[in-house]
Design a protein around this ligand. Structure first.
Ligand SMILES: *Cc1c(COP(=O)(O)O)cnc(C)c1O
Length: 491
């Protein structure tokens, strides 16, 4: 299989190159060139375990890894890491199914992919006979950083540095990062907001591209960002897994189509669903759920992507995004590989902040995508109501998805069996969740955690329960301008 760039047909590479480089040389995103060869027969994989399913699906996306190689890699990735034997269990709540993606070490769905990515990077490094250590640099608004740290910790041949905004993450999220164990990890607060961290990391990459300083130090810089195909591939597997569970419990007939509701930020998770559909999963529709940063809702309804609006901070911070990077891959699929067109739209987005895909293409998109949004008030109301009605506790990101589904059902009367993707444990956002069900919450995140547990009896994920007693290993706080010097110094 060859991999093409979303922005020019010529830029190609192998699996290993796509994984190790992350982003194509022309600034586009890597795409597999042949979906037909990636077909997965749902009947054949119906009885597969989560691990078998995952290695089969990832193996279809990266066929130049042998079946044996991929199986071993996936086993290593998930071994003893998840507190659910089948990784991503499906819950039945009222007349809706909930795909629980938060049973990994950091209690957020990013664990599913970030457990596998380091193994893919190590294997790619070997395939390409690279001897330099791969150094992962990551800016985080909370969830990605911790999941990446857990994924890369003590993985030979890799090191990782994570930057988070000082005062800009929740108590639980901060403690998760600063207590991180492992001999190859570095965590540092940056005096600024998430954008400052992100810009700082981009500057480090740019300075290396211009000066080549990393190679002189015997390392190669890389990113754990969701634009890496190695992060997308593991996410495709849980759509198949959810479908298997629906069939095996008699909730749908084999071959019957289902809908998925996906709380969306960077468009990575929902794009993995679209990959699954194109690989043969019977899906009718994806409901794209956004918070008050509803640029995608508008896009799906009108075909106009317009980022020229205020960035809003919400209680679902992992969806506070105005530029959904992975949408570029969907545009590539929508235009059937018209890379000139995709490149032109991306140029318009970066220069003018807006582009339009036109009515015809918008109509094609709407055959499989609907867009809805929910603000903080709506999400809080849903958390309280779902708890009261079903004794089921959801986090603010999942609540946005739940609200989107309710709006969709009211508008359409569509009663296709539907799966809501639940992307984080409610205990990652204790204060907001407790406020939603009890009306108030203590200032301190850990006190709120205790109260939430006492009130609901829902288990606290093991990685979060033990946090407050852990030793703080990383107390550095630096100015954004000092990030490069900090990295160079620590290497
Ligand atoms: C990252 C994240 C999302 C958004 O996923 P995308 O792939 O960026 O669309 C949703 N919920 C949670 C909890 C997340 O961490």
């Amino acid at each position: 299989m060859e991999y093409v760039s979303t922005r020019s047909r010529h830029a190609v590479g192998t699996s290993a190159e796509a994984i190790l480089k992350g982003i194509a040389p022309d600034g586009g995103l890597y795409m597999p060139s042949d979906f037909q060869s990636m077909h997965v027969d749902v009947k054949r994989v119906l009885l597969y375990s989560a691990i078998e399913l995952s290695s089969t699906v990832i193996g279809r996306v990266f066929p130049d890894f042998s079946t044996k190689e991929m199986r071993a890699l996936v086993e290593r990735a998930y071994q003893d890491k998840f507190d659910a034997a089948d990784l991503t269990p499906l819950a039945h709540v009222g007349d809706t199914f909930v795909l629980e993606l938060f049973h990994g070490p950091t209690a957020a769905f990013k664990d599913v992919a970030l457990s596998v990515l380091p193994q893919l990077i190590v294997a790619s490094r070997e395939k390409l006979a690279v001897t330099d250590d791969v150094v992962i640099l990551t800016a985080t608004s909370g969830d990605t950083g911790k999941a990446a740290l857990e994924g890369f910790r003590d993985v030979p041949g890799t090191r990782i540095a994570v930057f988070y905004p000082d005062g800009g993450v929740s108590d639980v999220q901060r403690m998760q990062m600063v207590t991180q164990e492992g001999g190859n990890v570095l965590v540092c607060a940056v005096r600024g907001n998430f954008d400052d961290c992100q810009t700082g990391v981009k500057r480090i990459f740019a300075s290396d591209q211009a000066e080549g300083w990393a190679a002189e130090k015997g390392v190669r810089l890389s990113s754990a960002n969701s634009i890496n195909l190695g992060r997308l591939a593991p996410q495709i597997a849980y759509y198949f897994k959810a479908y298997n569970d629906l069939v095996l419990t008699g909730s749908v007939a084999l071959g019957e189509k289902v809908n998925f509701v996906v709380p969306t930020g960077n468009f990575g998770d929902i794009l993995a669903g679209e990959f699954a559909r194109r690989m043969g999963l019977p899906v009718d529709r994806f409901i794209c759920a956004s918070n008050a940063n509803n640029v995608l809702t508008d896009f799906i309804r009108t075909g106009v992507y317009d980022r020229r609006r205020d960035f809003l901070k919400t209680i679902s911070p992992s969806m506070d995004i105005l530029i959904s990077s992975n949408l570029e891959r969907y545009l590539y699929l929508l235009t059937e590989g018209d890379t000139d067109q995709v490149a032109a739209w991306m140029k318009a987005l970066s220069e003018e902040g807006v582009y339009s895909i036109g009515e015809e293409r918008c109509a094609v998109m709407q055959e499989h995508f609907s867009g809805y949004c929910a603000d903080d008030g709506a999400a809080m109301e849903v958390i309280g109501r779902v708890w009261n009605e079903y004794n089921y506790l959801i986090d603010p990101h999942t609540a946005v998805a739940w609200s989107a589904l309710e709006q969709y059902r009211t508008e359409t009367d569509d009663n296709t069996p539907t799966v809501v993707l639940s992307t984080a444990s409610p205990y990652k956002f204790c204060r907001d969740v407790l406020t939603a069900i009890a009306g108030e919450a203590p200032e301190d995140g850990f006190e709120a955690m205790d109260k939430l547990h006492a009130l609901t009896g829902v288990d606290v994920p093991r990685g979060l329960a033990s946090l407050r007693d852990r030793e703080v290993r990383f107390a550095d706080s630096i100015a954004a301008d000092d990030m490069r010097a900090y990295v160079e110094d620590r290497l």
